[in-house]
Ligand binder design. Structure first.
Ligand SMILES: Nc1ncnc2c1ncn2[C@@H]1O[C@H](COP(=O)(O)OP(=O)(O)O)[C@@H](O)[C@H]1O
Ligand SMILES: [Mg+2]
Length: 234
């Protein structure tokens, strides 16, 4: 689904990601772990076309995708749920969701209703809060809005940047369960950056470790969970 070779990304005069290689297969959840500052968010933003001046070879859904804009990538089915969630606080929950629909280039009312009902099926809490201003929701609920907005774009692949950070433990479980359902029921591919390593290991099919702007290890989640030197790898 996604294949990345020798990827470089950063900020003006700050190179961060320096030659990252990774693959995410169809219907696969791949976790990406690394210390703060390792370059995880920069990698995701770079892949999603948010940063200028990235280079490397990227293939997405069977076609070359190097240098594509965020808009083009969204239309092809890749969506980033950013670490800061990017929710529009003064818009209602449903207006936020609608932004995802428009971002995908779709505009048919019937298709909107279909995607909306499907997303609300996964995120029933948002149905109750549909007309509330997103800014009045809790952090966990805003994370659901951010994921819901991504779902309204009809994605084949989600890039999730720390979806569970700062959430209460029961919400962390909810988010992980949701990610698994999206894989199992929608065959979605997921690249999942997480600080909640234990839960992410339980949900993921494969794991990468990132350090200093590169992918330094690839691992099997069960082996890594059982590994005594897990932390020395970081
Ligand atoms: N907007 C920015 N401008 C300049 N440097 C940045 C910016 N955002 C992040 N960085 C730097 O890039 C490095 C990697 O950050 P980031 O990708 O956010 O790491 P992670 O998500 O793994 O914690 C850090 O050293 C950080 O200071
Ligand atoms: Mg980050």
């Amino acid at each position: 689904m996604l294949s990345v070779r020798d990827f470089h990304a950063g900020y003006p005069s700050v190179p961060v990601v320096a030659g990252a290689d990774l693959e995410v297969g169809p219907g696969e959840i791949v976790a990406l772990f690394g210390h703060n500052g390792a370059g995880k968010s920069t990698l995701l933003k770079g892949l999603f076309g948010v940063l200028g001046a990235c280079r490397g070879r990227v293939e997405f859904d069977g076609a070359a995708a190097s240098g594509l804009s965020t808009r083009a990538l969204t239309r092809r089915g890749m969506v980033l749920v950013p670490q800061d969630r990017g929710v529009f606080p003064s818009l209602t929950v449903e207006e936020n969701l609608k932004m995802g629909f428009w971002a995908s280039g779709a505009n048919e009312a019937a298709e909107y209703e279909r995607r909306l009902q499907r997303a609300l099926g996964y995120l029933p809490l948002l149905d109750e809060r549909r007309r509330d201003k997103a800014g009045n929701l809790s952090g966990g609920q805003q994370q659901m809005v951010s994921i819901g907005r991504a779902l309204l774009a009809g994605p084949k692949m989600l890039l999730l940047d720390e979806p569970s950070t700062g959430l209460a433990p029961n919400l962390v479980d909810d988010i992980m369960a949701l990610v698994r359902r999206l894989r199992d029921e929608e065959q979605m591919s997921v690249l999942l950056v997480e600080q909640n390593v234990g839960q992410a290991l339980a949900a993921s099919d494969r794991v990468y470790l990132m350090k200093g702007g590169r992918i330094t290890h690839e691992a099997d989640p069960d082996e890594l969970a059982a590994s005594e030197n897990l932390w020395t790898l970081f």
